[in-house]
Design a binder for this molecule. Sequence first.
Ligand SMILES: C[S@@+](CC[C@H](N)C(=O)[O-])C[C@H]1O[C@@H](n2cnc3c(N)ncnc32)[C@H](O)[C@@H]1O
Length: 185
Amino acid sequence: MSELLHISGGPTKPEVIAISLSKMELKDGITFYDVGCGTGAVSIEASKIARGLKVVAIDAREKAIDVARQNFKNFGVDDVTLISGESSESIDRNADIGTIDCAFVGGTKNISSVLDVLYKKKARNIVVNAVRIETVVNVINKMKELGIFSEVVHVTITRGYELTGETMFKPENPVYIVVGKLQDA
Ligand SMILES: C[S@@+](CC[C@H](N)C(=O)[O-])C[C@H]1O[C@@H](n2cnc3c(N)ncnc32)[C@H](O)[C@@H]1O
């Protein structure tokens, strides 16, 4: 079994990925955008749920693209387009973009523009992970303005670890998961 290569900011914790993906309507053969892909961990997990996923993974950091490329190779995720650049510009610029079935947004820089462009391209399911409260409020307000807001959940994972042969629990940073759905999709 391959080890996932890490990078600063990633990977997203597996439990958070599981909840985030449960909020999407993942189906075989759909197009999955990983916006701010970091290590690519979210796309890798999505590919285990839906067969024949067409992944488009975007990150503004060249280092993240390199790590994601390696992780996709190691985990057998074949149908991937990797884009190095800022997400809103990259998606907007790409005239060839067809359907965006699901978009996971793990990188929230320029989040209003990112949501604008995903809406413009008729992304059907959007799930945003955010940790800063101001970002969460921006995302909720923007989704409401676009008429796509569905729900927000606050997730706190408390992980067990061994201490003197017994088990203690340590909380990890809370994450907000904001869900948007195109109403007439
Ligand atoms: C928290 S990390 C994502 C972690 C990722 N989900 C994983 O499992 O590794 C956020 C990433 O989003 C990228 N990012 C943030 N805003 C972005 C934007 N507007 N466009 C492209 N990449 C962005 C950052 O460079 C960073 O790699």
